[in-house]
Design a protein around this ligand. Structure first.
Ligand SMILES: Nc1nc2c(ncn2[C@@H]2O[C@H](COP(=O)(O)OP(=O)(O)OP(=O)(O)O)[C@@H](O)[C@H]2O)c(=O)[nH]1
Ligand SMILES: [Mg+2]
Length: 457
């Protein structure tokens, strides 16, 4: 477990040159698309430079990685990597002529311009943050996702443009119109539009709770298996096909071994133990992205914060150390859900009992105080998914009420209403109907007031 997708992806910082030169022929697009551009990746870290994730991000952005450099070093103010390494990079760029150089870190505007000046003309310098934005921009389909990407890009640009404008003559900026002013204006507009969408989403969640649904959010690091788990748990019928009032829900949550496959929240219905649940699949989280960008993906964060139970999916096929790191990132980004936080330890088909025990311990160590339950599953082959579903149901708010009602038309109408909103057990005794009803506390409360108005006729 824990191996990167291909042995050639393994990094060896101590012997980086040979190891990385050997990897020059590999192909990076993991989705079957032929990458149409090439890149050199660069990873620098004070402790453990590793190109696994930047390579996967590169593949998701459509780059074939033709070379890689790593450096164990603290950050250099001018080039991010040390001067010697930057010069080596320039030589390698001249040799392989890639379209871009992809940095695993975030570059300051200053580092960005020094690198651009040092490297041969025409090669694009892209940092991790910008690369993630490119992936999102290429994949964002729906209105909310497009606005969120635009906001993230504007927020990315703002400090960079501010620095440039501060360096150039302010007077000239005033004459030609300030790009910074335009950016700030547009940021406010996009934020307003997104606020409106967020309010609507929040109203919709309230309506669905009224209708008796419990809301469960599926969150986690990118590629953890969230969408696969959604498919496992969801009813076969997409809710959009059955109920026109849910036309905004769609059944598509594509699964692929690719980072950021899902770029929009997707909601589907599941019935677990008779309980009606709406499962929302969310956008994957990733390390090394400033909080601002994550905050731009507010639909994902809202879905988690406003869920009755949140399912945090963790890839147990990662090494325990890697898993810990990703779990820390995920927990740092999401807010406390209203309800319980459950961890689904996924991809257990790829490991053995010992691996699993180690991963459980790791989750306990990192997140023990925030996590209510840990359930091991394989979303791929279905192992453990039944137990996970039971755990979800146990975590949902529930209340029971019993009613003794006359067997009348009014009672039948009440039963139809109750069936739509919770679980109902009915026992007929002569002229009377004994009803046992369980549902969300607010729904049970309404059932009580309805039942109180039913009279024998
Ligand atoms: N072996 C194994 N592979 C799995 C399992 N669950 C998911 N996968 C694979 O992991 C990859 C990512 O799965 P997705 O469901 O797309 O993951 P995701 O978390 O939705 O990813 P993003 O939307 O990109 O954030 C796919 O290749 C899945 O087939 C599992 O239980 N076992
Ligand atoms: Mg997904």
């Amino acid at each position: 477990m824990g191996d990167p997708p291909s042995p050639t992806l393994q990094d060896s910082p101590a012997n980086e040159t040979d190891a990385q030169r050997a990897s020059t022929t590999e192909r990076s697009g993991s989705d079957g698309d032929r990458p149409d551009r090439t890149a050199i990746v660069v990873a620098r870290d004070a402790a453990d430079p590793d190109t696994t994730e930047i390579r996967r991000l590169a593949a998701a952005a459509g780059y074939a990685v033709v070379d890689a450099l790593t450096q164990r070093r603290r950050e250099d103010g001018q080039y991010n990597v040390g001067r010697g390494k930057a010069e080596e990079l320039a030589r390698r760029v001249a040799e392989t002529d890639p379209d871009a150089v992809l940095f695993d870190s975030e570059l300051t505007p200053g580092q960005y311009s020094s690198l651009t000046a040092l490297l041969p003309d025409g090669v694009r310098v892209v940092d991790r943050h910008r690369l993630v934005l490119d992936i999102f921009e290429a994949g964002a389909g729906g209105k909310a996702a497009r606005l969120q990407v635009e906001l993230a890009k504007l927020r990315y640009e703002r400090p960079r443009v501010r620095e440039t404008e501060e360096r150039t003559h302010m007077q000239r900026a005033a004459e030609t119109g300030s790009r910074l002013v335009d950016i700030e204006k547009r940021i406010r507009t996009v934020e307003r539009k997104l606020d409106t969408l967020a309010d609507r989403a929040s109203e919709r969640r309230a309506e669905r709770r009224e209708q008796g649904f419990d809301l469960v959010a599926i969150a986690g690091y990118t590629n953890a298996g969230k969408s696969t788990l959604l498919h496992r748990l969801a009813d076969d019928l997409s809710i959009a096909e059955t109920a026109p009032e849910h036309a905004d829900l769609d059944g598509v949550a594509e699964v692929e071994d690719r980072l950021f496959k899902t770029l929009e929240t997707t909601t589907r219905r599941a019935t677990i133990d008779g309980r009606r649940v709406l499962l929302t699949d969310t956008v994957g989280l990733v390390d090394g992205i400033p909080h601002d960008l994550v905050a731009s993906f507010s639909a994902t964060l809202d879905a988690v914060a406003d869920s009755d139970a949140a399912l945090l999916v963790v890839d147990a096929s990662d090494s325990a150390a890697e898993m810990r790191g990703k779990l820390r990132v995920s927990l740092a980004e999401i807010d406390e859900p209203r309800g319980e936080l459950l961890v689904a330890l996924n991809k257990t088909d790829l490991g053995d009992e010992d691996d699993l025990a180690e991963r459980r311990r790791a989750v306990g160590e990192v997140a023990g105080d925030r996590v209510d339950e840990i359930v091991a599953v394989s979303a791929l082959d279905g192992a453990g998914v039944g137990r996970l579903a039971d755990t979800v149901v146990d975590a949902l708010p529930d209340e029971r009420a019993e009613f003794d009602l006359p067997n009348t038309g009014e009672t039948q109408a009440f039963l139809a209403w109750a069936h739509d909103r919770g679980r109902v057990a009915v026992e007929y005794a002569g002229e009377r109907v004994r009803v046992e009803f369980s549902a969300r506390p607010a729904v049970v409360e309404r059932a009580r007031s309805r039942a109180a108005t039913i009279r024998a006729d």
